[in-house]
Write a new protein. Structure first.
Length: 122
């Protein structure tokens, strides 16, 4: 049987991405780190790792793969991520009742913040 061990994100500025993703997810780097690669793991020990690979790659839109991040308080998390340097992505095809907000990290890697609050709580 296979399990997801890590999701790898390519990046140009490893230090900037390390600061963003470790703070965004409350993850910590596995030490020692390489100059061009960092593995971030959940402080709680629960969940998949996120690895950052300092390797130039061509950006494609829409991306072929992205992260869905679940949030009990979507508005609060989106604001916090914006404070960390993430940007909202405007997509004209987004349904008015969508439970997701498309964002991108400081290097343009896209992810969605999914509202997991129980219906009627928001």
């Amino acid at each position: 049987m296979l399990t997801v061990g890590a999701v790898v994100i390519r990046c140009s500025d490893l230090e900037r991405q390390l600061r963003f993703w470790s703070t965004a997810l409350d993850y910590e780097p596995r030490l020692p780190m390489d100059d061009d690669f960092a593995l971030l793991r959940p402080r709680t020990g629960v969940g998949p790792n996120v690895s950052l690979d300092a390797h130039e790659s061509e950006r494609s839109l829409p991306p072929r793969i992205h992260l869905d991040l679940y949030a009990d308080d979507q508005a609060e998390e989106v604001a916090r991520l914006e404070d960390l340097g993430a940007l909202r992505v405007d997509w004209p095809g987004r349904p008015a009742d969508a439970d997701f907000i498309i964002m991108e990290d400081p290097e343009g890697n896209r992810f969605c913040v999914i509202d997991t609050a129980p219906a009627g709580r928001a």
